[in-house]
Design a protein around this ligand. Structure first.
Ligand SMILES: [Zn+2]
Length: 250
């Protein structure tokens, strides 16, 4: 607790953060782990170990929804249907979004987006996403846009799809430098936020899981025992394979 960020409770911005699983710090692929009790939470009885593990990506979404200040009744667009995109879809629902639109080029991921709560799942690969969103929203566009892919085209689409005065939250990390439609951003007076991981979000997320407000199990596509972790990693890293979240269990 020696830096300003930690003292202010924004420990995700700490320049000396120790993040389990981010080199040089070891991860949790082991049977037992000793951890600082200040960062440990008790899992409610009704929450499965799978759901508890997914409190991590769900916390990213919880942070993003907070940054967007999503108000009940608004329309949310989520670009990218991977674990973070699914987390954002579920969290936007919980936060009271009246309409949740998922944009994702892969059909099998769009199907899961619908299953976890998106009202519509559309394919952006035609390059016409802003027009598609305009039709779906009767020209209103989206008060909140969450970019969870890191793809340069989606980073630009996020600005084209936000309603004037709306909020765009960038979550996905792709190329270090990307082009954005600057004039469109200015004309919309959109608010842009970036988020980095999460901060003080695990507690609320575990509370939501305990209350049965989030599913999370639907986007686990594969499970491996710990002794087959090499297979799990190979699958997770193989872009030719259809997979969502690959879970390693003990
Ligand atoms: Zn610090």
């Amino acid at each position: 607790m020696s830096c300003d960020f930690c003292r202010q409770g924004r420990y995700n911005l700490c320049p000396d953060v120790h993040f389990t699983g981010a080199p040089p710090y070891n991860g949790m692929f082991c049977d037992f782990l000793v951890h600082d009790p200040r960062f440990v939470y008790r899992i409610p009885d009704r929450v499965s170990f799978t759901q508890a593990a997914l409190a991590e990506p769900l916390s990213v979404a919880h942070n993003a929804i907070g940054k967007a200040r999503l108000v009940p009744g608004e329309t949310a667009l989520i670009l990218g249907a991977g674990p973070i995109g699914f987390s954002c879809i579920e969290m936007a629902r919980v936060a009271g979004a009246a309409k949740v639109i998922s944009s994702e080029p892969l059909a099998f991921r769009r199907a899961v987006a619908l299953k976890v709560g998106a009202d519509q799942a559309v394919d952006p690969s035609s390059g016409q996403l802003p027009q598609i969103v305009r039709e779906i929203t009767d020209g209103r566009m989206c008060e909140c846009v969450f970019e969870a892919s890191g793809a340069e085209s989606a980073i630009a689409d996020a600005i084209h799809c936000v309603r004037p005065g709306g909020r765009v939250v960038y979550i996905g990390m792709g190329k270090a430098v990307v082009g954005v439609p600057h004039a469109e951003l200015l004309k919309r007076e959109a608010t842009i936020s970036g988020i980095y991981r999460y901060v003080n979000d695990f507690g609320p997320v575990i509370g939501l899981l305990g209350a049965g407000k989030l599913d999370a199990e639907a986007w686990v596509s594969h499970r491996f025992e710990l002794d087959r972790i090499r297979e799990a990693m190979a699958l997770a890293n193989d872009p030719s394979k259809n997979k969502l979240k690959v879970m390693v269990t003990t």
